[in-house]
Design a protein around this ligand. Structure first.
Ligand code: FE2
Ligand code: FE2
Length: 406
């Protein structure tokens, strides 16, 4: 039984939730608190698994409450349930909350959100992932340009000019951002030729995440050479995957998450190559020898794969929750309940297509073994479409090669 705490200053809304969620009684033990202070009291009396809070409340508001919950009970899943008009202020809690839901919210959606968040929490809070990350010693600091962007965006005096100047410090990153902004996905009729107009097309958040996904390859430059692994190949693979996802029929509101997640999906490999090169090399070797996908071999050896490690780090760095979730599930979309062709399904498919069109390693591409994924594709109802899409994106590798020289 999961223990879920609902917080809202309006008793009428709490009553509504209580009524609506009555059918969940067998799965959840629910409590209702009329404000932040009452919620914290309830939590210190008895542990909860999930907190679902309103944003605008007199006294302690939702953001302060969730911040306190994060400090005092870090393992609790934090969900914001707020009115549409409060969504902008809800963005203040982006790094603090795991999920955002808009009122009014149907019972089924609430159930799905709570289940998904609990699932990811369990996946990433697994003892072996945590102790592995703990054993890495100092985690890399936030990449420089990404950090500078974060600070500038938090500054009320920031301007588009200042933001572009920061991104333009790195010509390679600039070129790749422009290329993505010009991809069909962002649907620009006019060519995007500078960072300022790229921001207009991508949005500031997407820009920030894309900068991170490009900069990350510099942070994790491995000290030793690992057979079957190359940073250049990985970076190229990330870009090919992002360009493929850009052509898939992802719903518009999930587009940003899909592109950013596909750029970052294999970041766990970079961490392993950088911090544990020998163990990583052994896993690649075994994967080639047994012709088994790398993530399966990793799971057997460590109890988790590069997908969870990458998601865990991105979570620590405060990337948006849907990106963390999509990265965690890029090999196994069906591990969590989700609906339709969402970002998780799209990145899973794009990764498969990318590995198929251009194997990352010459001898054996540990992620290209389609037989392993057929079951998942079938469960997603995408087996037929896969071949059609493969045809539709077959020119992508050549496109990325064209923009590579910088
Ligand atoms: Fe992967
Ligand atoms: Fe991949």
């Amino acid at each position: 039984m999961k223990r879920v705490l609902f917080v809202d200053d309006e008793v009428r809304i709490l009553e509504g939730l209580r009524r609506m969620l009555r059918p969940m009684r067998d799965e959840w033990e629910m409590e209702f608190a009329p404000g932040g202070e009452a919620a914290l009291d309830a939590m210190s009396e008895c542990p909860f698994d999930v907190i679902v809070s309103d944003m605008r409340m007199p006294g302690m508001d939702g953001a302060s409450l969730l911040e306190q919950v994060r400090k005092r009970h870090p393992q609790v899943v934090r969900i914001v349930l707020s009115g549409h008009t409060e969504m902008t202020s809800a963005m203040r809690v982006v790094p603090i909350a795991h999920q955002f839901l808009a009122k009014p919210c149907e019972a089924e959606m609430l159930r799905l959100a709570i289940e998904r968040a609990c699932h990811l929490q369990a996946l990433l809070n697994d003892g072996s992932v945590r102790s592995m990350v703990g054993s890495l010693g100092d985690l890399p600091a936030l990449p420089r340009i990404y950090d500078a962007l974060n600070r500038t965006l938090a500054d009320p005096d920031s301007s588009l000019l200042k933001i572009s100047a920061i991104v333009e410090q790195d010509i390679g990153i600039c070129a790749k951002i422009l290329q993505l902004a010009n991809s069909a996905f962002f649907g620009s009729a006019q060519p995007v030729t500078n960072i300022q107009s790229a921001v207009g097309h991508l949005g500031l958040n997407a820009l920030k995440c894309l900068v991170l996904s490009l900069e990350i390859f510099k942070v994790f430059e491995p000290k030793t050479k690992i057979p079957g692994f190359s940073m250049d190949a990985m970076q190229r693979h990330a870009q090919i995957t992002a360009h493929i996802v850009a052509r898939l029929p992802v719903p518009k509101h999930l587009a940003e998450v899909a592109v950013v997640s596909s750029m970052l999906h294999d970041v766990g490999k970079l961490i392993l190559a950088w911090k544990l090169p020998r163990r990583f090399a052994a896993a690649i070797g075994q994967s080639a020898k047994s012709q088994q996908p790398l993530h399966k071999v990793e799971e057997r050896i460590h109890g988790f794969s590069h997908a969870e490690i990458g998601a865990y780090l991105l979570g620590l760095w405060g990337l948006p929750y849907p990106v963390v979730e999509t990265v965690a599930l890029h090999h196994s979309p069906n591990r969590t309940p989700h609906q339709g062709f969402d970002a998780i399904a799209a990145v899973f498919v794009a990764n498969l297509l990318a590995h198929r069109l251009e194997p990352v390693s010459e001898q054996f591409d540990p992620e290209s073994d389609i037989a392993q994924f057929e079951e998942d594709l079938m469960a997603l109802g995408l087996l037929d479409k896969f071949c059609v899409w493969q045809d539709m994106v077959k020119d992508v590798p050549a496109l990325v090669a064209g923009a590579k020289p910088i």
